[in-house]
Each structure stands twice: as C-alpha cells, then as structure tokens.
Design a protein around this ligand. Structure first.
Ligand code: B3K
Ligand code: ZN
Length: 886
C-alpha cells in the first residue's frame, strides 16, 4: 500500500480549461473520445501524468497530430506525456467495458441503466484526466446510444443539442456552464420514466425538476419531489443560496455503493434514498429520503460551487453539508428527536471508530485509499464541529460567516482553513485553538466534579479534559469545548451568575450558559446559588465528547423528569438505563441473572413519563428505548457481547412486564386503519405505539400476541407492518415462533416484487437475535431474493448480521464459536475483487478485535490475518486490515 500525505500537496502544473467528451455506448463496450484543453500554470514540467485505470487507449494526439510511442507512456495507472507544450489540446480515444464493471465506480451498468459514479477517483476509469478536485473545467458531453435501449441520455448542465443517428442510434449533447472538478461529472443512459415539477427561485427563475426512475416506480417519487422543493426553499431562506441551473435532475439506480451522489445538476441516487410510498416504506425510510435528497441538493453550494482542494479536505463539504441537512430535517420535523437520533449514531459508531485502529482527524494527514475515508468521522463528527462553530458564533454571525465563505470562494477549490478563516473574519473571534478539532483524532473525555458551599452560596464545577492516544498522535493538546449547561434546584431551573460576570451582561435566558473549556482543567464558580443543584451538563450534546459525572439515580430521575433541555432528559434516561443494565451484567457474570431484580428507579421514571400527556410521543419513545447493544459495548472497557445482550434483554423484559398495562393501552388505542401521513406528529404516535408493542412482545400474553397479529394483518403502512413482523419474529415464545415462520413466508409472497421491501425482510432476519442466526443468514444467501453483486442486498444481510446481531455474530454456531468471524472473512474475500469499496467496509466489525476478551479477540484477529495473507487483496481492504493488525 502506498500512503498519500497532506504535507505533499502541490498545486497542479496544468489546468484543463475545457473538457469535451463523446461517449458512445454500444452493447458490451463503450468508446470515449476526449478533447482536453490544457494550459500550463507555472514552469513547464518535463512530463505530465494523467490518471487512467482500466482504459484501453486506441488513439492519442496533441493539437491534432498523432503521437508516436516516444512521446508518451501508458501503464495501468495512467498516461505520461513527455515534454508537453505550454498550451495544447490532447485528444484520446479509449475503450471501456461498463457491463463488466462490478466496482460500481466509473461508468457501469445497473440493471438496464448505464450510469456513473466518479467521486472520489472514478473519473479515471472513464478517460485519461487530471483526476483531482482542484482541476476545474468546463464540460461539454455528447452521449450516444441505441435509441430503443437507451431513450434517455443525460449529463450535467443544460441540454444543447440532440437527434437521431444512423443504425437506430441517437445522441444528446449537454453543456455545464459551471466549472467543476471531474468527480462531479455524471452521465446516464437508459430506459427511464420521469416525474416532473417546477420550482420558482427567490429571484424568480423557473427551474425544471425531474426524477428519473424505472416505470414501475413512478408511484414512489412524490416524497422525494416535495423534499427537494422544501430543501430548495430552505436553502434560500436559511443560507441565502439559490439554485443556479435551469434544470435539476435526480436518477434512481438499484446498484449503488452509497446513498447518493451530488453530481452537478444530475444527482444519482440509490433507489433506497429516493423511492417512498406508505405501503412499502417505513417512517425511517421517509425521513431518510428527505434527508438524503436535501443533503445532495445542499452540496450544490457546499461542495460544488465551493469545492475541496484535495481529498484531505473532504469534511469541508461533507461535515458542513451533514450539518446543513440535519438542521433542515430538524426544521421539517421535531428538532430534539432529530438531535437525539443523530447523537445516538455518533456516540455508537463514530466514537467506536475514533477509539479504533482507523481513527483519524476530520482532516486526516494521510491515507492509502480515499474511499476508506468516507467515514462517520468525516461526516458526523465533521458536522459536530460545524455545529460547535455555529453555536459559538450564534445565528447572526454564523450566517455572516457562511455568506462570506460562499462569496469569497465561489468557483474555488479550498481547504478547511479557509472555512474557519471565514468564521473568524465574520465574527472577530480567534479560533486558533478551536482548529485542533480538525487535526487531532479521538473522543475527548470530560470528568466533571462539583462542590457546593452552603455558607457562601457558591457552586463550583471543575471540568478536566483528556483525550486518549490515537494512531496518528499520542499526546493531545487541549480542545476548545463548548459545554452548554444549567442547574436544577428543588423548584426548577436556577438563575445563573458566574463569579466573573457582571450583572449588566447577564444573558436574557439566565438559566442557561455555554461554558468554554479551553484548558486541561478549569473551574467555573457560580454565585448566589441557594441550594445544592443537580447540574444539567452538555445540553443538546454541545460537543462530541464523553462526559463523566457521578450522578445518583435520584439526580438522573430529576433530570429525566424536569430538565428544560429535551436532549438531556433523554440522556438522563439513557444513563439510568445503562446503570440498570450494568447491574444486570454483573449479575450475569455472577450467574445470578435469572433472580436479578432491577433497581426500580428506571421503571418509576418511565411510568411518570408515560403518564405525562404533554410529552412529544416520539421523544417519549426515544426515552423509553434502552441503550442499544452497540452503545453499551462502547461504554465497556472489555466488551462481552453475550453479557450485554442478556442483561439488556432482562431489563427490557422487566420494564415490559412492570408497565404492561400502560403499553397495552397505547397499542389498543391506536386505530390501524387511520390514514397514513409521513408527518412528524403521526410518526411520533406510531413510534411510541410500536415501542410499546415491542415491550409487550418480550413476554407476551395471548392478548398481546393477538394485538401484534392484528396489527400485522391490518396495517395500511410499512411502519406498522414491519414493527409487528419484527416484534413477532424476535419473540421467543413458541406459539409466536410458529406464527413468525408463516408470517415471514407470507410477507415475502406479498412483497417479492418490491426490492426495497425485500431488503427490509432480509435485514429483519439477519438481525433477529434468536439463536441460529448464522444458519439463517447462510440460507438467505441462497435465496432467489439475494444478489451478491448488489450493495443493498449485501448490506441488508451481511452487514446487518455482523454489526446489528452481536450475540449471534460473536457466538457463531454451537460447534464453532468463531463461525461468525469466518463467515465474514469468506464473504469479504469473495467480494474483494468484485467491489473493493464494499468489501473494505464489511471489515469494520473485525477491526475492533482488541476490545474483546481473550479467545474472542484472538479469533477475530485470526480472520484479519487470513485477509492480510490473501495475495492480491485490494488496496481498499489492505489499508483497513493492515492498520487493524498493527
Ligand atoms: N459525496 C458522495 C459520497 C461519495 C462516496 C464515494 N466513495 C455522497 C454524499 O456525501 O453526498
Ligand atoms: Zn455529502
């Protein structure tokens, strides 16, 4: 593996002013003619190397004159021109094989559709080019293909020409007036149907909106279309950003390595992130479509108009755009719910990444394979860093700063430095220390202690920060950490005054403060505090850190019931539940779990919450949701997945039986024929009712089982149907198990022609914790519904089993406890040469081997070693395997 370093960055010696492509698609082969206008920027180099992979060079000429073999050199990585002129037009013609391209990068075929994926370095699989984001060019693309096979021919920008050709073929020519790096290039050819709508921008321009899908999916585009229009309006109102072309197109394809791609004017989407209708799509699915449509649209400014100088700057566009889409979703639905959901992902998956062998700062200093760096750190932690900036600056200055950033850098390829510079210039704040968030990895840990002095009426909070060593850096400098907080007294929130604050500059909301921690240790003293308070710390999860404070269970109950901060109410429930589950884990380890009776605080709090009619039902559902096994694992020094599973289950069953009456009321009060709307208050009702059903089905009475089957039979939407099926399938009761087998068969019969529903059906079976999951998963791989080349199917079965079914993944089969690990290694080996990006992603669960007890950890390591020993392993997988073994 070859490592690329940020410190080696050098600007390109040439730019490509103009890019003209003729892409001629034939059955089995495609020809790409490229005319590139090169211009040298500084001293003329002796050689110029263009990137190119899996290309067969047919012709090459400079300024119309064919080159002889002394003038260039071609190998499997690119094309080198010897002694190139100052300014010239390079013409190349290559042959590529999209039908055989299983990597889903470059030009490939998904079912009947030809499409492209170029980010990060896929354009080099289409033609020889300077495949780097700081080379921005004007693109004219002419596509031709058989008119019957491919009636639709698309590329970026506006269509400027089109017509029929000989032999039943036709062509279309597209011009993108905005200069762009080649990673934003896109091309689509196929037999697609479309829905069309219009949007009038704030300045009054009319934009045509089109969503292209297979004919059978035309009935599933409404939600994506309305999400798109909402996103366009929101970006105008919140960021002052207007769309800049006459047409905006979305194309949905089944085979796609990730969610979607923001190609200029022509977004290409995984069908899973576009298609939605109530009968086939869960509430979570609807919200994902809304979020991803918005995310890709927002990239038009944060990513396309202002792009990245190099791939080390990836979080410049991704962190910022995730922050933008999260705020959009918060505005469309419930703000606190969205925040809780996002923090849950961050704290389980990103924190684990930050504590593992692949830990990297949001602006990494090196990488081997850039595809491996589309991570939770770059995306989610990157978004947290932007969120901290937005909160430190406040809404007015943050808007000034983003305006400045977009105006100053429009049409440029920039770095995260420039982003922070705009924040500093617009606000006048010094963010020197803050910038450490960009180049130090690892999750900071805050240890908080407090002291109350009754006589002086003083309350002091001492906060210490420390960050564990990560592979790139052992000694961390102190971070600049905003800690939003308040203090709760007997009768509610206390008025706050810090010892060094003057009475004149107290904020309007005097019960809330943002403490700015900049030292390794700092003490904040509050005066005039009448009683010993319960501190509400890190409100809204104001920084991506772990926080330790010795709360009593009574303190947690107080926060859960009375804090004004919705996030911290949820957080208090999580902490209380975690403590209860940890008690149960102790009992498990002492072999007394069967007799274990949990501390009653948790159930008391849950009962009061359930009886509080003023609560948002979605928040209530989240508060009643026990911490996931992954989150509990993240909190353990050494992970025992078996103890975690059974302890959590025991506590859940206890909650379910103690509160059964209240839960039954929720389920039976819900009318299953009520009309479906994917709107936040309806989503909230369903989520609470389905949480209640889940609890009841842990130890169901005959009545509960009946409620569940009734919901399964009568549901008019996939949220309720899937919730009932899940509760039934995961229920250990024997009668339920019999019913579950029939229900799974019937469900497949009913939905076999809807691939996205079949994916949910596969995923449910893969994550079902009941013993025997590995055998069930192996059987699913043989099922006609499975397709080992389709990333969505691979994710639904293999990723879900290995990541979301820890009990079965880590215990394997009765005879072979390491069977789960060996299964995963085999799947990775099978996939690695076909689709290295997806193969490399599958490795993640094995990389955590150091966190597991003796035998388990060693067995996981052994499978990593097996991958490492494989000759010809892809660079993608090699990077992850080698870093994890180190
Ligand atoms: N920018 C793309 C991700 C591309 C991943 C390439 N391996 C989608 C997004 O973040 O919007
Ligand atoms: Zn993105």
């Amino acid at each position: 593996g070859k490592t690329v370093y940020l410190k080696d960055y050098a600007p390109p010696s040439y730019i490509i002013e103009k890019t003209e492509l003729d892409v001629d698609i034939y059955k089995g082969e495609t020809f790409v003619l490229a005319r590139l206008q090169f211009q040298c920027l500084d001293e003329r180099p002796q050689a110029l190397t263009l990137d190119g992979e899996a290309l067969e060079l047919l012709d090459i000429a400079i300024d119309g004159k064919a080159l002889d073999s002394t003038q260039y050199r071609c190998d499997h990585r690119g094309l080198t021109l010897h002694n190139p002129p100052e300014r010239f037009v390079l013409t190349t013609r290559v042959r590529i094989l999209p039908e055989q391209n299983t990597s889903l990068e470059g030009l490939y075929r998904s079912r009947t559709i030809y499409c492209t994926q170029c980010e990060a370095e896929g354009f080099r699989k289409i033609t020889y080019y300077l495949d780097r984001p700081d080379v921005m060019s004007d693109f004219i693309t002419r596509v031709s293909a058989d008119k019957n096979e491919c009636p639709i021919l698309l590329s970026n920008g506006n269509k400027i020409d089109g017509g029929d050709l000989d032999g039943g073929r036709h062509f279309a020519t597209w011009h993108d007036p905005h200069k762009k790096p080649c990673y934003l290039f896109a091309l689509v050819a196929g037999d697609l149907a479309k829905v069309e709508d219009r949007f009038r921008t704030a300045s009054g321009r009319e934009v045509t909106l089109q969503i292209f899908v297979e004919e059978k999916d035309l009935d599933k585009c409404d939600h994506a279309m309305s999400s798109l229009k909402n996103a366009m309006r929101w970006d105008e109102q919140v960021y002052g950003r207007e769309y800049d072309l006459d047409i905006f197109m979305i194309v949905a394809v089944d085979d796609f390595n990730m969610g979607a791609m923001e190609n200029k004017g022509l977004n290409i989407f995984n069908t899973s992130c576009v298609l939605a209708k109530p009968e086939t799509t869960t509430d979570a699915g609807f919200q994902r479509v809304e979020g991803v449509v918005a995310h890709e649209y927002f990239h038009n400014w944060s990513g396309n108009r202002v792009t990245c100088r190099d791939w080390f700057q990836l979080s410049l566009k991704e962190g910022f755009t995730v922050f933008r889409d999260a705020e959009f979703s918060a505005d469309m639905g419930s703000r606190t719910v969205k925040r809780v959901e996002d923090v849950a992902v961050l704290r389980t998956l990103q924190f684990a990444e930050d504590a593992g062998p692949m830990a990297h700062p949001i602006r990494p200093a090196s990488y081997m394979e850039i595809s491996n760096f589309y991570t939770l750190t770059i995306y989610e932690k990157g978004a947290e860093v932007v969120r901290m900036l937005a909160n430190l600056l406040g809404p007015a200055d943050f808007r000034k700063a983003t305006d400045l950033y977009f105006e100053r850098h429009d049409g440029q390829a920039v770095t995260t430095e420039e982003f922070v510079q705009a924040m500093e210039d617009a606000s006048g704040r010094d963010l020197t220390q803050f910038k450490r968030w960009y180049n130090q990895a690892g999750t900071p840990r805050l240890s908080v202690t407090d002291e109350y002095d009754q006589e002086q009426r003083r309350y002091s909070l001492t906060i210490r920060q420390s960050t564990p060593a990560t592979p790139e850096c052992a000694e961390k400098l102190a971070f600049h950490i905003p800690v939003a907080m308040g203090l709760l007294g007997e009768a509610g929130e206390l008025a706050l005054k810090l010892a060094d604050e003057s009475l004149d500059d107290l904020p309007e909301d005097n019960t809330h403060r943002v403490l700015e921690l900049t030292e390794t240790e700092q003490t904040f003293v509050f005066t005039d505090i009448p009683e010993k308070p319960v501190p509400s710390l890190l409100r809204g999860f104001s920084a991506p850190v772990k926080l330790d404070y010795q709360y009593s269970r009574a303190d947690l109950a107080t926060l859960a019931l009375h804090d004004s901060d919705g996030f911290n109410r949820y957080e208090a429930c999580q902490k209380l539940a975690l403590a209860t589950i940890q008690d149960a884990m102790l009992a498990y380890q002492q072999d007394t779990l069967a007799e274990f009776v949990p501390d009653s605080t948790l159930v008391q709090v849950y009962r009061l919450l359930l009886e509080d009619n003023s609560l948002d039902q979605a928040m209530l559902a989240l508060m009643l949701n026990l911490p996931s096994e992954a989150y509990i694992a993240e909190e353990q020094e050494v992970i025992d997945p078996v103890a975690i599973h059974f302890a959590r289950r025991q506590v859940a069953a206890y909650v379910g039986s103690e509160l059964a009456e209240l839960f039954r009321l929720r389920v039976s009060a819900y009318d299953p024929t009520r009309e479906y709307r994917a709107q936040s208050d309806d989503i909230a009702l369903r989520s609470m009712k389905n949480a209640a059903l889940g609890y009841l089905m842990l130890l169901p009475t005959a009545e509960d089982l009946h409620l569940c089957l009734n919901q399964l039979a009568r549901a008019n939407n996939m949220t309720d149907e899937m919730a009932a099926l899940t509760a039934l399938v995961c229920c250990e009761d024997n009668t339920a198990q019999e019913q579950a087998r029939d229900a799974l068969t019937a469900f497949y019969q009913k939905w076999q022609d809807e691939p996205l529903v079949v994916n949910q059906w596969l995923a449910l079976q893969a994550r079902n914790p009941i013993p025997g999951a590995l055998e069930r998963v192996q059987a699913l791989l043989q099922h006609p519904a499975y397709d080992g080349n389709n990333p969505n199917k691979i994710r639904s079965v293999i990723s879900v089993f290995c990541n979301n079914n820890p009990l079965n993944f880590h215990t394997g089969t009765a005879d072979e406890p390491d069977a789960g690990y060996r299964f995963l290694a085999e799947q990775i080996l099978q996939l690695d040469s076909k689709n290295p990006q997806i193969a490399a992603r599958l490795i993640t669960p094995l990389t955590r081997w150091r966190r597991y007890t003796g035998d388990r950890g060693q067995a996981m390591r052994l499978q990593l070693q097996r991958l490492a020993d494989q000759p010809g392993l892809s660079p993608d997988s090699y990077e992850i395997v080698s870093k994890s073994l180190n």
